[in-house]
Design a protein around this ligand. Structure first.
Ligand code: NAP
Length: 332
């Protein structure tokens, strides 16, 4: 449901009658982010979509676009914003932003790395435990009165199992640190080996899957990782293997995943992200050995506040003419 858009055609005045600079929200932003931004600017909520005429009048004044993890900020939108200086993403992933075009136009892109590492890593471990021990199914079992008829079937052990991590960046490392407490053996795949880490590197995702009981995916989304987890990888993970995706839906070939699960070629899956969110493939909804969560990797009050603070501090820095705090790697 759309929220009403601001329809001002020029910057609005602040309480001291100094004009607050206009900022365009390129998508519906979290209320937390909207409120915090409004302390620094006049926020125009998706004005380009809701009031094109007002947008045309305001566009030459807009220096900042505010976005979230997967918000699309296209070359077409940038072309309409001749004064654009910054795209501030509240989220570490920024696969919706056309960064090549931003670079070409001299537009800075910022994101919110590190402050969500713990939360997303906790989510990944939680999903692994849910998949191994079938905790959501156990909850359903009790509620449905099934326990009165007999015990729930035995499940599998996670402690001591073999963990493969696809993507050994900030969050991948935080997942590995937690997995050590479960005495898991760890191996990983990334674009390059990390000689400073004590774990085995596999140059091929298929080879990593073949030696893993649990395969956790935590790479960025976008063209570079599209369908990195394909039918061959799922086949290698095998009928006892479990896929955990906390990265982006685009990284997994969802059709191949559904087929592998239906055929028993893959043991199970725990998925926080999907190709066409919030729509989830119908076939997955009916599978008891699949755990589904609605993209909640970083979704706690504490972590979303920290992400919001960092995203807004980037905007405030830009508006005050100071260097931004956390540019994406391409803009450093
Ligand atoms: P990061 O520090 O940049 O780490 C990304 C890792 O992915 C790096 O190890 C990188 O390899 C690897 N990688 C990138 N492209 C690859 C490719 N084509 N093939 C194989 N590996 C590749 O990022 P991060 O902070 O850990 O965040 C990772 C991602 O998690 C985000 O971009 C976002 O999509 C996702 N995320 C999801 C949620 C959620 O709610 N579920 C929340 C936060 C983040 P190198 O080290 O060799 O460069």
């Amino acid at each position: 449901m759309s929220q009403p858009a601001d329809s001002a055609s020029a910057p609005v005045s602040g309480p001291d009658s100094a004009p607050l600079p206009p900022v365009l929200a390129a998508a519906r932003l979290a209320p937390l982010y909207q409120e915090a931004l409004r302390r620094h600017c006049t926020l125009h909520d998706r004005l380009h979509e809701t009031d094109p005429a007002a947008f045309v009048a305001l566009a030459p004044h807009i220096q900042v676009v505010a976005a979230q993890g997967e918000t699309r900020v296209s070359a077409e939108l940038m072309a309409q914003l001749p004064a654009l200086k910054l795209i501030s993403v509240m989220g570490v992933g920024y696969d919706g932003v056309d960064v090549a075009e931003a670079l070409r136009r001299g537009v800075m892109v910022t994101h919110t790395p590190d402050v969500l590492n713990d939360e997303v890593a906790d989510t990944a471990i939680g999903l692994m435990l849910c998949a191994a021990r079938q905790l959501p199914a156990a909850d359903r079992f009790v509620r449905a009165g099934e326990w009165l008829k007999g015990p729930m079937p035995l499940q599998r052990k996670m402690t001591g199992a073999r963990l493969g991590i696809v993507g050994m960046g900030r969050i991948g490392k935080a997942i590995a640190q937690r997995a050590l407490a479960f005495r898991m053996s760890i191996a990983y795949h990334a674009r390059s080996a990390k000689p400073e880490l004590p774990w085995d590197y596999e140059a091929s995702v298929v080879a990593l899957a073949a030696r893993s009981d649990f395969l956790v995916v935590i790479t960025p989304g976008g063209a570079g990782t599209r369908h990195l987890i394909n039918a061959e990888v799922l086949q290698a993970l095998g009928p006892k293997g479990v896929l955990v995706n906390v990265a982006r839906g685009s990284v997994v070939d969802e059709a191949a995943l559904v087929s592998a699960l239906q055929e028993g070629a893959l043991g199970g899956a725990a998925l926080d992200v999907f190709a066409d969110e919030p729509r989830v493939p119908e076939a997955l909804l009916g599978m008891p050995h699949v755990v589904l969560t609605p993209h909640i990797g970083s979704a706690t009050h504490e972590t979303r506040q920290a992400m919001c603070d960092l995203a807004v501090n980037n905007v405030a820095a830009q508006l005050a003419g100071r260097p931004v705090l956390t540019p994406v790697p391409e803009c450093r």
